[in-house]
Design a protein around this ligand. Structure first.
Ligand SMILES: *[C@@H]1O[C@H](CO)[C@@H](O)[C@H](O)[C@H]1NC(C)=O
Ligand SMILES: *[C@@H]1O[C@H](CO)[C@@H](O)[C@H](O)[C@H]1NC(C)=O
Ligand SMILES: *[C@@H]1O[C@H](CO)[C@@H](O)[C@H](O)[C@H]1NC(C)=O
Ligand SMILES: *[C@@H]1O[C@H](CO)[C@@H](O)[C@H](O)[C@H]1NC(C)=O
Ligand SMILES: *[C@@H]1O[C@H](CO)[C@@H](O)[C@H](O)[C@H]1NC(C)=O
Ligand SMILES: *[C@@H]1O[C@H](CO)[C@@H](O)[C@H](O)[C@H]1NC(C)=O
Length: 847
């Protein structure tokens, strides 16, 4: 889809952007220059003074103003200067995963009044979270996780009433969770928030009853790994949408609220490692519950509660050191999704009976250190690890396998299978699973904070995760691999993820990795629902040409040998150069028309700057087309004729402009510069040009089967195009939010997908691209940026002029949120329809 849009633009957009001095607002240029000045490792193409016009990597613009900065995973080093506050039109700021970005977060961040996305995850910011963040009234996503923030949570965050996602996890933040008072705001005012992620900090104090109420839409509350004390507030049971509750590893005390089981959407409940007391919580009726961990509290001694035999959605039941006595109901082992039962260190006694029906997914029963005296085990029913070490039954039967601590698992953890019989790769590279190529993957740890399962061997689950990843990241099958899934000390599921460059590329560009980083930090990537909330911590990426990796001895030897060969080659080149001198002089001569045309100014005169395309003399082309003979003619139109020719063995096509359809030197130069920088499968590559003796010719690769004719013969498509544009304008109807009135004339394969996200924005853009006069059409650069903006911002409201949040969202009135699992399946598929591929910007190479 995006490729088609690009094609439309290539055909119709005007191109003056490349020559105008600076498209970018002067204030924004100054701010960006200042940011750049405080950073090392900034991308090589941040050179010109025109970040918008020259498409600095990661900079997104709209109407000459900088609206988004996507600098994820760029290895930036330094501090964030206060100059950031000058980018007053900024909507989205993503600096995630630049671990060498340090120092305090500037208070001027609060000047970015239009910001709706702020992601600083995975950097090393220190000091307090500035109060001024509370001024960012439009913010929907705030991710400050995995930094070194300290100090308290500023109560001013309570002013962020649009906030959906609040992630402060994995810092050193202290103090309590602020609630509103007469004199200050508090987190209880965040009525649109679905995500409170405060895990792994040093929060203390009590959780106020006032923090939660039934007006809130919270789905995930992660408070694990803090030092919170006091009771679990009763009000938490009022949250109608709650799916994940992690309160483990705190100092909570008192009884668990009696009405906890009114949380009927709760899937994951972690209360382990606190000082909770009173009765074992009653989870009866919690029909969505998958994962329960109540270990290491001070609950009253009791028989296994009733819900051990009724909550049959359980995958995992953990209650170690839980004062349970009596016998385990056999019913528990029949729950169809049950994977693990861990009841170590209780007082369970009597005979262990697993019953006749045992879950096919059951992998582990750990009953160490109980009082079980006998086992009633049908060997055909269950053959995975059963651990009874430390029970009376093992004092007399210590040779039985269930009396061994280490028992072999039947299956090994999941790992993406690689292509077979590939040769091993040199250091730092890895074999791409899709091919045997040795490439430089973008990789890191994917961490799932509350998965609903415990089984790390289930290939269908991890295959689904792989698929969801490559689909969302706009890649193909075999472009991602997963391995080493395991549960870490925080009971998070860690998985190693690697994303591989594809179609012959060895490296990703900064634009690619920033795109991946954004999807994974902004949470537009949604894993299958079993995986729950996640974080991605990428390893620093060694971009091509940065020499980011240490040199091994082999490399040093290689360089030495290479240098020697280079010297030899240079000698050869010198000889060749002399021979070519004559030709070079000719080339200078050829560039004269451009120079003589150019009035003044740094960019408009001189020879065109070309990528891989070259000058041809008139005589050269005349010769290879048999003096432009009729037999070589393969097409014609209002602009002139197209000839076929053979040049040093390569078949070429020459488009020769006729008198009257010639462009000015300026325009001609712009066109060849642009064409020489565009590489696309659906476009014919420019080989070179001729501009002498009053001729303007473009030399292309030859494409058989008439493709060339269609690509080059302009008259026909333009007539056809005008007709289509007229048709579309007539039937367009903005009140039709699904198809904009185009339902009748749309390609069914697109239409049948359902509601197309971003469709209206794409259509508006395409229609502007086909306006009659050049002045009304956006520039090429504007198009590319706008397409990227539409793609990157799908999901959250943005700058893109006329488009409202619903254009990007799903259906009207339903905001798109991370983890909106309740989305109908169709819409999830739709969100893939206009996917950011990363290849759009990669298509046009920097000069
Ligand atoms: C940031 O915190 C991490 C661990 O939380 C620590 O290893 C690192 O040294 C800290 N860095 C700074 C700059 O304080
Ligand atoms: C929930 O709390 C907010 C803020 O304190 C308040 O505006 C809202 O009315 C409360 N809702 C209920 C149902 O109490
Ligand atoms: C906080 O919890 C503790 C119990 O850990 C209790 O003694 C204290 O009264 C509570 N403080 C407040 C302000 O509720
Ligand atoms: C198991 O323990 C309970 C409570 O301690 C006791 O009442 C019961 O008799 C025990 N059962 C067996 C079979 O030992
Ligand atoms: C793997 O997981 C899926 C989805 O949870 C489940 O349906 C399937 O039975 C599992 N397969 C095995 C072998 O446990
Ligand atoms: C273990 O064996 C001893 C005697 O060797 C016996 O007295 C005891 O009852 C046996 N215990 C169990 C649990 O079978």
């Amino acid at each position: 889809m995006a490729a088609i849009q690009l094609l439309i633009c290539l055909l119709f957009c005007s191109t003056p952007a490349l020559l105008v001095n600076s498209l970018t607002d002067a204030g924004d240029v100054a701010a960006l220059q200042s940011l750049k000045g405080s950073w090392e490792n900034s991308p090589p193409n941040w050179e010109s003074n025109d970040p918008c016009g020259n498409q600095w990597d990661g900079v997104g613009c709209s109407d000459s103003r900088v609206t988004s900065l996507g600098f994820s995973s760029m290895n930036l080093k330094g501090t964030l200067s206060g100059a950031i506050g000058g980018l007053s039109e900024l909507r989205s700021l993503d600096l995630s995963f630049n671990p060498d970005l340090t120092g305090p977060l500037t208070a001027r961040i609060g000047d970015l009044k239009k910001l709706n996305i702020l992601i600083l995850a995975g950097c090393s910011f220190t000091g307090s979270v500035p109060d001024e963040i509370g001024n960012l009234a439009q913010l929907t996503l705030l991710a400050l996780n995995a930094n070194n923030f300290s100090g308290n949570i500023p109560p001013s965050l309570g002013k962020l009433t649009q906030l959906d996602w609040l992630d402060l996890s994995d810092n050193q933040i202290r103090g309590s969770l602020p609630v509103s008072t007469d004199s200050q705001p508090g987190l209880d005012l965040l009525l649109k928030a679905e995500h409170f992620h405060f895990n792994k900090n040093q929060l203390s104090g009590n959780i106020s009853e006032q923090l939660f109420n039934s007006s809130m839409v919270l789905k995930h509350i992660l408070l694990d790994g803090n030092q919170i004390n006091g009771n679990i507030p009763e009000s938490i049971t009022l949250l109608p949408n709650l799916q994940v509750l992690r309160l483990d590893r705190n100092k909570l005390s008192g009884p668990v609220p009696a009405k906890l089981n009114s949380l009927t959407k709760l899937g994951e409940l972690y209360l382990a490692n606190n000082a909770l007391n009173g009765a074992v919580p009653d989870l009866t009726g919690m029909t969505a519950l998958n994962y329960v961990d109540l270990s290491n509290n001070n609950f009253d001694p009791s028989e296994p509660p009733n819900w051990f035999s009724t909550v049959d959605s359980l995958t995992t039941l953990v209650m170690e050191n839980g004062n349970l006595q009596g016998s385990i109901p056999a019913k528990l082992f029949s729950f169809p999704e049950l994977q693990q039962v861990k009841l170590k260190g209780n007082l369970l006694n009597g005979s262990l009976d697993l019953g006749n029906i045992i879950s096919q997914q059951l992998q582990l029963i750990d009953l160490q250190d109980n009082q079980i005296s006998s086992v009633n085990l049908d060997p055909s029913g269950y053959s995975n690890p059963l651990i009874l070490v430390g029970n009376p039954v093992c004092s007399n039967l210590s040779t039985k396998s269930f009396c061994q601590l280490q028992q072999p698992m039947k299956t090994t953890p999941y790992s993406t299978s690689l292509a077979k019989n590939c040769k091993p790769c040199p250091p730092n590279r890895r074999i791409s699973p899709a091919s045997c190529d040795c490439v430089f993957p973008y990789d890191g740890n994917l961490i799932f904070k509350a998965p609903s399962f415990r089984d790390v061997t289930n290939a269908s689950l991890f295959n689904a995760l792989e698929r969801s990843l490559w689909l969302k990241l706009g890649l193909g099958p075999g472009s991602v691999s997963l391995d080493s899934p395991h549960f870490d000390k925080d009971d998070y599921l860690d998985v190693r993820l690697a994303i591989y460059p594809y179609s012959g590329k060895k490296y990703f560009s900064r634009v690619d990795t920033a795109g991946f980083g954004l999807h994974l930090s902004k949470q537009t990537f949604k894993p299958p629902k079993e995986f729950g909330p996640y974080l991605f911590y990428p390893f620093p990426y060694g971009f091509e040409g940065t020499g980011g990796t240490k040199l091994g001895i082999g490399v040093i030897v290689g360089i030495t040998v290479g240098t020697f060969i280079l010297l030899l080659a240079l000698a050869g080149v010198a000889i060749y150069a002399i021979r070519q001198k004559k030709r070079a002089e000719q080339a200078i001569e050829l560039s004269k028309p451009f120079a003589s045309w150019a009035p003044s100014g740094k960019d408009s005169g001189g020879a065109p700057i070309l990528k891989g395309a070259r000058w041809f003399s008139f005589d050269e082309l005349k010769k290879c087309t048999n003096n432009f003979s009729d037999t070589n003619e393969i097409g014609s139109g209002g602009y002139g004729k197209v000839y076929r020719g053979i040049l040093t063995g390569q078949e070429i096509a020459i488009k020769r402009a006729q008198q009257g359809s010639m462009q000015g030197a300026h325009e001609f130069k712009t066109e060849i510069e642009l064409l020489s920088r565009v590489h696309h499968n659906n476009l014919v590559g420019l080989v070179g040009f001729c501009f002498e003796q009053g001729e303007q010719m473009l030399v292309y690769e030859f494409m058989p089967n008439g493709t060339l004719r269609e690509s080059l013969s302009a008259t026909q498509p333009i007539e056809k195009g005008k007709y289509i544009v007229r048709e579309v304008r007539m039937v367009m109807n903005k009140t039709d939010e699904h198809h904009y009135g185009l339902s009748e004339i749309m390609d069914p394969s697109i239409k049948n997908v359902g509601h197309l996200i971003g469709f209206a924005s794409f259509l508006e853009l395409a229609m502007r691209c086909v306006k009659e006069t050049a002045a009304e059409r956006p520039t090429m650069g504007d198009c590319v940026r706008e397409i990227e903006t539409i793609l990157q911002n799908d999901g959250v409201g943005t700058d893109s002029a006329a488009s409202s949040a619903t254009d990007f969202g799903t259906s009207k009135g339903v905001p798109r949120h991370p983890y909106n699992e309740s989305l109908p399946r169709k819409e999830i598929i739709d969100s893939e329809s206009f996917e950011y591929s990363g290849s759009i910007s990669a298509t046009i190479e920097p000069k």
